[in-house]
Design a protein around this ligand. Structure first.
Ligand code: HEC
Length: 110
């Protein structure tokens, strides 16, 4: 009986942890390929980092945490973060697009 309770508790804990780490919308790095043509002009192509050095004022986003990228894009979209070109870019992205590009950049070139 005791073992069973512990087992149930362990399963519940694992399930809750996994759930908490899931973003609401799941990004698809593959689908992001249609979108990233918008970004690479400024943020560079992740796999070619050394061949195309970044302009210093454009932050490196490849390898960033996907959740961080989504948060940043939402902030540019809403105007909470103020940057004219990123605002224009973020405005053109749906929540799904943001999740996709975040997944792409977050999992690329690590
Ligand atoms: C016209 C150039 C340009 C384009 C196009 C562009 N960005 Fe940016 N991006 C910038 C600049 C410049 C900043 C820094 C702005 C600031 O100082 O807040 C930035 C900031 C960001 C940040 C915040 C990074 C951080 O470390 O806080 C993210 C995330 C980001 N861009 C993602 C994207 C994505 C995804 C795309 C394509 C959908 C994109 N950007 C397209 C120029 C661009």
């Amino acid at each position: 009986m005791r073992t069973r309770t512990i087992l149930v508790a362990a399963v519940l804990t694992a399930a809750t942890t996994a759930y908490a780490q899931q973003p609401e919308i799941k990004g698809d790095a593959q689908r992001a390929r249609e979108r990233i043509s918008l970004c690479i002009g400024c943020h560079g192509i992740p796999a070619y980092r050394t061949a195309y050095p970044e302009v210093y004022s454009v932050p490196m986003i490849a390898g960033q945490n996907p959740a961080y990228i989504v948060k940043a894009l939402e902030a540019y979209k809403s105007g909470a973060r103020n940057h004219p070109s990123m605002h224009a870019v973020a405005r053109s992205l749906s929540d799904q697009d943001m999740a996709d590009v975040a997944m792409y950049y977050g999992t690329a070139a690590k």
